[in-house]
Design a binder for this molecule. Sequence first.
Ligand SMILES: NC(=O)CC[C@H](N)C(=O)O
Length: 195
Amino acid sequence: MKIGVLALQGAVREHVRQLEAAGATAVTVKHAKEFADLDGLVIPGGESTTISKLMREYQLTEPVLEMHRAGKPVFGTCAGLIMIAKQIDGQEDAHLGLMDVSVKRNAFGRQRESFEVEIPVKKVADDFQAVFIRAPYIEKAGEGVDVLAEVDGKIVAAQQGTLLGVAFHPELTEDIRFHAYFVELVRQSLAVSVR
Ligand SMILES: NC(=O)CC[C@H](N)C(=O)O
């Protein structure tokens, strides 16, 4: 199993380390030709406007959409969640527009720009240390979306089939359980496609 980490911006190495600790082979990717043999993709945090601009420059939008169409799991963290959302509050256009959620950027306000809180994450852990950095939250989720975690009544982690979106940074802790959950999702998708 080979999982790619989009290496345009953000905590790329940390994601690679967590995926490998969870038993996957992880590689950094930023050229279109590197996507074809991936079984899953992680889109790290950073600045969604910058990531989006770089994705267009490197012509990576279509390779990612193609992976999604082929049933390969995509995991977006923080700005990565904004990248996969179908709707962004206050913006006309979405970026990749894959997951049936509407997100609000920098949504926790100035006083709580960055914070950490231990929260239960459904199917992942009852005590996950969640690190938020100018994080978005999900303000609306469609019917097919499974809410995995909330903070102050705001959705901060969700899954829709092969799509996993998280407002915080599971790569910035030593806890590999979120990445292990994604690796398992990739494993399951391979079992289905090999059938
Ligand atoms: N840590 C992050 O990824 C922050 C996301 C960033 N505020 C954005 O809107 O894209």
